[in-house]
Structures are given as C-alpha cells and as structure tokens.
Design a protein around this ligand. Structure first.
Ligand code: G3P
Length: 217
C-alpha cells in the first residue's frame, strides 16, 4: 500500500520524507488556508519537495472552470494530480483531463455510486472520505470495501485513495481491503509505529542492560 501525506505543511512533508513514509501528497483548499502563506509559492515548493504525486484541488464548479484551472495547476510540476470535486460537471472535466493525459483525483466521494461514476469517467484516483462518513454515524470502511469490490468486478484501473483518515485502524482496514493508497494526516502518521508493549519491552531491555556486567564501561 502506498502512503500519501494529507497536508500542505512543508515541515510535515519533510519529516515524513525523513521517515521514508511518503509516496505522495494530497492537499485541499482547507489545508492550504491553514498554512497562511502564498498558495502558489507553497504549491510549487511541495511539488519540488515530493518525489511522487501531489494532488492540488480546483475551486471552480463548472467543467470549463475546472479544466482551465487544471491547465494552470499542472504547471507547478510534472507530478501534479488535479483534484476534482464529485459533481456531474466534475465528471465532464475528468473526461476531458483524462483525454489530455492529466491525472485526476475525484474528491468528496461518499457513496459507491459516486466512485463508480468517477471510474467510468477515467479518474486516476477516487477519494472516499472515511472519517467524515464515520462522523455521521455510517461506516466509512464499508464504503471502501464496496468501492474496492466494484472496481475489481469490472477491472477498473482507477485507484482507491482512502482519505479523511482519523486513526491507524483506518489504515489497517484499508490495507486488508486492498485499497491502493492511504492519505494520512501527520498526527496519525506519528502514531503508526506506536505500541505500548514496544515501549514496555524497550524500557525493560534498557533497564536490564544497566545491570549487565561490562555494559557501559
Ligand atoms: O484531503 C481530504 C481529506 O483527507 C480531508 O480529511 O479530516 O478534513 O475529513 P478531513
């Protein structure tokens, strides 16, 4: 499974790179707003920093607006994936961008039918928002399972990019289901290696080492 980091923060991207845990980046307008800096400079810096796909989102709502924005966004780097909202107009844009050889990520996906439509339009990625589905009392991971099954039934090449991840268990479940990518917020990424038994075991080993003859001499 590939790991993307869901952030527009360069420090977080650099730290994830240091851990060797970053195959790409996803952003959205809210993540850019949090950074409080010129978005164009930041987008260019992210694309340069990352050796892998970087999703940058359009803010237009008609197909023409989205395609025009996409043409500008791809100038930030050869690794840009254009994020398109799940709208009928978005599907029109995805078809055109696919024909133009531009990679797309259909975002704000909350139902298996929306994912199927995105795949039929030729999207490179589809982003089900699992955390937001959980938030309304539904089951976000069931949505991922449905999408993985549908894509496998019809051999769609569109990749399932699990988004709105809130906990390490989302990633375990996504991996068990065979989703292609998890896009992970930095605060969740930091938790992936944690286990209380690892901490307890290490504490005991280090304490015992202090009692070992010849150690520390
Ligand atoms: O990048 C889109 C997605 O991951 C948003 O997550 O936490 O705002 O629901 P969240």
């Amino acid at each position: 499974m590939r790991f993307f980091i869901d952030t527009a923060n360069l420090d977080e991207i650099r730290q994830a790179k240091k851990y060797g845990l970053i195959d790409g980046v996803t952003t959205n307008p809210s993540l850019f707003a949090k950074e409080q800096r010129d978005w164009k400079e930041l987008a260019a810096a992210i694309c340069k920093e990352v050796d892998g796909p970087v999703s940058l989102e359009v803010v237009g709502v008609t197909a023409d607006e989205m395609v025009a924005e996409a043409r500008e966004l791809v100038k930030f780097g050869s690794n840009v994936v254009v994020k398109i909202p799940m709208l009928m107009e978005g599907l029109v844009a995805v078809r055109q961008l696919t024909e133009m050889g531009i990679d797309t990520n259909v975002t704000l996906v909350f139902s298996p039918l929306q994912a199927l439509l995105a795949a039929k339009a030729g999207a490179t990625y589809v982003s089900p928002f699992v955390g937001r589905v959980d938030d309304i009392g539904s089951d976000g991971m069931e949505l991922v399972q449905q999408i993985v099954t549908i894509f496998s039934n019809y051999n769609y090449q569109t990749q399932v990019l699990v988004a709105s991840i809130r906990s390490p268990m989302h990633i375990v479940d996504a991996a068990l289901m065979g989703a292609d990518v998890s896009t992970i917020p930095y605060k969740v990424l930091e938790k992936l290696a944690q286990h209380p038994l690892t901490d307890k075991g290490l504490e005991a080993f280090l304490a015992d080492w202090k009692k070992t003859k010849g150690a520390g001499e």
